[in-house]
Design a binder for this molecule. Structure first.
Ligand code: CTP
Length: 218
């Protein structure tokens, strides 16, 4: 199968030297890309700024902002079977980007933000013939919130993880996930290295994607 995997954070610039971003390390997305390659799939990895070595045998596309990620996805999902949306995309961006470095403020100041595109929703709600796996980063009500996102973003499957704990999830080497399918089927993968979680995830994704893609091609 042909996988497109997104990984890492996005950065939304404030001026030529400053940006707003998040703590995503890209480890989960990179591990999924590696696992899919090891399982014999074609992989395009769309990556935000991370400090990880690109997997050999993947086509790697680098992006910085949410809007660049959207553009890259429009191109890369043209010919894919599975999209795994693991990137931690900005939800908001500064209304204006200063062309020169902003001077140090002497007093309290306010920056105005506006919503960034919800890339997953935009891609997933457009006519498509590929299987979409979203991720849900939650600090509370994990399953209920993930289920809501699955429906709101028109995903085929969503992978929820707890980002309130330092030892798992965002930035950590380990994770613990709940996988929810569109029909409500729920599976858990217990705490393990992200590489191990990724192998299990790729297996589950392939099984479910094959079912959906075969139905569509009938
Ligand atoms: N996502 C996206 N574009 C955004 C924000 C999120 O494509 N601007 C995608 C993520 O890649 C992930 C899914 O949406 O696959 C859920 O992301 P998450 O951060 O859990 O939820 P949000 O939609 O950002 O909602 P909230 O921050 O309110 O929990």
């Amino acid at each position: 199968m042909r996988f497109v995997v997104t990984a890492g954070p996005t950065r939304e610039p404030l001026d030529p030297v400053r940006f707003i971003s998040n703590r995503s390390s890209g480890k989960m997305g990179y591990a999924i890309a590696e696992a899919a390659i090891a399982d014999g799939h074609d992989v395009t990895l769309i990556s935000g700024p991370v400090c990880l070595r690109a997997p050999s045998h993947a086509k790697v596309v680098t992006i910085t902002t949410a809007s660049e990620l959207h553009d890259a996805l429009l191109e890369c999902t043209n010919e894919c079977d599975v999209l795994v949306m693991c990137a931690a995309v900005a939800d908001y961006k500064p209304v204006s980007v200063a062309s020169r470095k902003m001077a140090k403020p002497r007093e309290k100041f306010t920056i105005e933000f506006e919503p960034a595109t919800d890339v997953l929703s935009a891609i997933s709600k457009s006519p498509r013939d590929f299987f979409v796996v979203g991720f849900a980063a939650e600090t509370h009500d994990i399953e209920a919130r993930a289920q809501q996102k699955l429906r709101a973003k028109n995903c085929d499957m969503i992978v929820a993880n707890d980002v309130s704990r330092n030892e798992i999830g965002i930035g950590a080497d380990e994770n613990e996930v709940v996988i929810i399918a569109r029909d409500g089927d729920l599976r858990r993968i217990a705490r393990a290295e992200k590489k191990i979680i990724a192998r299990e995830l790729v297996k589950i994704i392939c099984t479910e994607a094959k079912k959906v893609l075969t139905k569509k091609s009938r």
